[in-house]
Design a protein around this ligand. Sequence first.
Ligand SMILES: [Zn+2]
Length: 186
Amino acid sequence: MEPLILTLEQSGLPRAWVCIEEAITYHAKHMVIWSAGEHVCEYRGGIQNDGRRSRIETQSILTLRGISGAAHRPAVPALSNGLLFARDRQVCAYCARRYDMHDLSCDHVMPVSKGGRHTWTNVVTACRGCNTKKADRSPEQARMPLAYVPYTPNRHEHFILRNRHILADQMAFLLAGVPRTSRLHA
Ligand SMILES: [Zn+2]
């Protein structure tokens, strides 16, 4: 699998993961202010007049000009099961065991029927057995204490959770922006 390129806003905030072709387009349009990280790609374009293939390199981290601002930046990443299971390292919040993705479910700590909300701080990863056992009760009512506390991932962590094939230098950059309280540091 080809690695993705991490693009940053001019302010230094992560902007998007892009494919190599899109990264090459930013180079071609002179939108790259600076780049860092390893050289991940040697793009081979068409055959040139001298018979050689054209080659363009890109690095793994690109800062782009002209793209910034809050419009691109949702304050809180959208909640999805995939991101939730990644945040929780596929570990059930009740039995504390690790499961495959397809054996996991989203549990509302305070059930929706009891006024709990579908937000990052009220959802945890639960195996199907624990989810069924807990049913429509709070952890206290079910006598099933949480093995960890749910939290809202910040932007840097969101970028880590979304990509399962992150290069070492991209990971180092992103981890530096993740709060110490994140389980990514555990
Ligand atoms: Zn469980």
